[in-house]
Design a protein around this ligand. Structure first.
Ligand code: ADP
Ligand code: MG
Length: 591
């Protein structure tokens, strides 16, 4: 038999490795930023064109590279960060596998300019698909600039696979935020297509948080701080009234590295239990310092997962610190318990009245209806026992009007409404019902192109991060169709001069923040319909501001409104709104 095994040429091996290291522009940006950090830079510029398709460039003032290193750094397993296996256990750098640059250079055209601080002359190297095209001395400032051009130029299949520009940019922004938050002493700028998205001066942690999340962060976050032996914690947790529908702004760092850790995240979320509605998520930025030898080192360096030896203790401390920050409980009382057991009861700190989220809601108020709400005496059940209509179903038969059953609806747990219809006993999920009602009213408004905007006596200014302002610009039109009149004022500030009825001025910033954040995550997932995303998000937010108690008449209005909807049995996000128990079902159960 003839020999059939080949050793792959380096260029092919590098392309294969590139599949893991560079799966999208954001991952190349991550590697470049981390290299700049490892080089000890105090100023880092990120320049991106076309969401990374055309250009991703990182310019730093770090240690720079010698002439030889400037060429060697593109070789596989070329690293200055470890020399032997022992070094693996005492790592303080971000990278160490020496794979990133080799992988990036395998799938792009890379231009490197670098100069160590003690050299007069720098070096310039051009690499294309792993091949060094050119190397020569050059004049450049001390530090390193790496420009990655035309990503995947040699792998058209992958180039075509890149997602929409706004999606790739959102991923890059996410990476940028993680690195910038973790390294708050370092100055960063971020340009996209010539526009300055972030300009962050090196400073303290609070300044960095303000630079990233906007100046209003102080009103929205509580500081967290806890110094213990196994872990030192500092950071911020969002106030309960600023929870989000998505896990958007949740940042956990260990020793200045962004991590994902479902266990520790749930420690924080548990601290909010009782304070926030189901399926909402608090925002937080938490930095932890842990002795590196107490962290499992056998973890993939490009991945964000980590394991801790003292996980249970850290869990308990993190949860307690969050509770304390939320003004709920004293740390001491919680830590008297065994951290591994579930704690259900903890006394409140002396003299402290826990702050409960304050939500006002006028249930008569129908924010998107032109006429103020009058009780209607009829409702219109769809023909076939509500088993048919689904969201967006068009083949709905004309509903037959019927008299509202004189039975007084009952509320159960302030969450369900129970009443009877001709067809049986119906149980309605109140919030989902409200979501459906508001959603359909918004759609009708939009179709009629006459949103009922209400001029504000005092216009309200809202400020966003630079990147969120970009998205806000995209949302101005759909928001206008729903009754918001918003104009950009420049410098990431917008003035709101009109809102749909029923939206409180004081909620505006948070409603818009939330709308942007949901829009962003819907873009990053599969859902690409901008207008629908905005309506869905607003319908959810307004319905979730519902007051706890509802009077029977109010429930009756809600039922009437629900049954005049096109799809009364499914919420706009696709959840079941109600079910019916008919005589047969009851007889069956009571057999
Ligand atoms: P790793 O970071 O795992 O060592 P990389 O492929 O990312 O591997 O980088 C290879 C080497 O190139 C690094 O170890 C470092 O010596 C050098 N290097 C890369 N980027 C920079 C930079 N911005 N400044 C100075 N040296 C750099
Ligand atoms: Mg690296």
């Amino acid at each position: 038999m003839t020999d059939i095994i080949n050793i792959l040429p380096d260029s092919v091996a590098n392309q294969i490795a590139a599949g893991e290291v560079v799966d999208r522009p954001a991952s190349a940006v991550k590697e470049l930023l981390e290299n700049a950090m490892d080089a000890g830079a105090t100023e880092i510029q990120l320049v991106v064109k076309d969401a990374g398709r055309t250009l991703m460039q990182v310019i730093d003032n770090g240690c720079g590279m010698s002439e030889t290193d400037a060429r060697l750094c593109f070789e596989r397993h070329a690293t200055s960060k470890i020399r032997n296996a022992d070094d693996l256990f005492a790592l303080h750098t971000m990278g160490f596998r020496g794979e990133a640059l080799a992988s990036i250079a395998a799938v792009a055209q890379v231009e490197l300019k670098t100069r160590p601080h003690d050299s007069q002359l720098g070096t310039q190297v051009t690499v294309e698909g792993s091949a060094v095209k050119d190397q020569q001395p050059c004049n450049c400032s001390a530090g390193t600039s790496i420009a990655v051009k035309n990503l995947f130029f040699n792998i058209p299949a992958r180039r075509n696979f890149l997602k929409k520009e706004s999606i790739e940019l959102a991923h890059i922004e996410e990476i940028f935020k993680r690195v910038a938050i973790a390294n708050y002493k370092v100055a960063f700028t971020f340009h996209h297509n010539g526009r300055l998205l972030y300009d962050l001066k090196g400073g303290n942690f609070a300044q960095r948080i303000a630079g990233i999340f906007g100046n209003t962060f102080k009103e929205r976050l509580y500081p967290v701080e806890e110094q213990t032996e196994p872990v030192k914690i500092k950071g911020y947790v969002g106030k309960a009234e600023y929870v989000k529908r998505t896990r958007g702004d949740q940042y956990l760092f260990v020793n200045s590295r962004f991590i994902k850790h479902p266990g520790l995240s749930s420690a924080i979320e548990k601290a909010y239990r009782e304070l926030i509605p189901e399926h909402t998520y608090p925002s937080y930025v938490i930095m932890m310092d842990v002795d590196p030898s107490r962290i499992d080192v056998n973890i993939h360096p490009t991945k964000t997962e980590v394991r801790f030896l003292d996980e249970q203790v850290i869990y308990a401390i993190l949860r307690a610190a969050t509770k304390k920050a939320l003004g709920q409980f004293s740390l001491a009382s919680e830590l008297d318990f065994n951290p591994s057991t579930e704690i259900d009861f903890t006394p409140a700190a002396k003299g402290h009245i826990p702050e409960t989220p304050h939500i006002e809601y006028n249930p008569h108020y129908n924010p998107f209806s032109a006429t103020s709400h009058t009780p209607s005496s009829t409702f219109t059940p769809p023909k076939r026992d509500f088993s048919l209509p689904l969201a967006d179903s068009t083949e709905l038969a004309e509903p037959t009007p019927a008299k509202l059953t004189p039975v007084t609806p009952m509320s159960y747990l302030n969450r369900y409404i129970v009443t009877t219809l001709k067809s049986g006993i119906v149980v309605i999920d109140r919030q989902r019902a409200q979501e459906r009602i508001i959603y359909e009213q918004m759609l009708r408004r939009r179709q009629n192109a006459q949103p009922d905007a209400q001029r504000l006596m005092f216009p309200v200014n809202c400020t966003f991060s630079a990147a969120d302002s970009e998205l806000m610009n995209e949302l101005l039109t759909p928001l206008r169709e729903l009754g918001f009149i918003i104009e950009p004022l420049g410098r990431n500030t917008f003035v709101v001069t009109a809102t749909p009825q029923g939206v409180r001025d004081s909620d505006l910033q948070s409603i818009l923040d939330q709308t942007i954040s949901e829009y962003k995550s819907s873009m990053m997932e599969r859902f690409n319909d901008r207008d629908k995303s905005v309506s869905l998000s607003l319908a959810r937010q307004i319905s979730s501001h519902a007051s706890k108690e509802m009077k029977p008449e109010e429930m009756q209005h809600l039922i009437a409104d629900l049954f005049s909807c096109q799809a009364p049995d499914t919420s706009p996000s696709g959840k079941k709104i109600m079910f019916i128990l008919n005589e047969q079902d009851l007889a069956e159960r009571l057999k």
